[in-house]
Write a new protein. Structure first.
Length: 133
């Protein structure tokens, strides 16, 4: 694995419409947590995800992720063997991203598969992950 990036849209599961605090310190998280979608990137062999950008919409986050992938391929001199897209819940978006990557990198193998349960349990159930090697 040389590079991996993801969009997570799972923060709404942290709030169930109930307040975190009671009494006068009530805080409604449902509206605030849904306002951003983090784009995370794993690179450099450190084993840690960096927050590349925080977006307000899923579409914006996917565009940021796609542009980051294109930049990474250019950084690698255009040579990438495989691009793997893994998703949970976001089939339509993942399929669209797969098609865009196949057009952008016609000589590269691009595959799509449903995400695994352990990863979605760790990060959240709604995500798209793209890895290249």
């Amino acid at each position: 694995l040389l590079y991996s990036t993801m969009v997570v849209d799972s923060l709404r599961y942290f709030s169930s419409g109930q307040s975190v605090f009671s009494g006068q310190n009530k805080l409604d998280l449902s509206s605030k947590l849904n306002e951003f979608k983090p784009v995370l990137t794993l690179k450099g062999g450190r084993g840690e995800f960096d927050v590349e950008q925080i977006c307000k919409t899923r579409e914006e986050a996917l565009n940021v992720m796609l542009e980051g992938l294109k930049e990474e391929v250019v950084t690698r001199g255009g040579y990438v063997q495989n691009i793997k897209i893994s998703y949970t819940y976001f089939y339509a978006e993942a399929k669209e991203l797969t098609n865009e990557l196949k057009i952008a990198f016609p000589k590269t193998s691009v595959s799509l598969e449903e995400g695994n349960i352990p990863l979605s349990g760790f990060i959240g159930p709604e995500m798209i992950v793209v890895s290249i090697n």
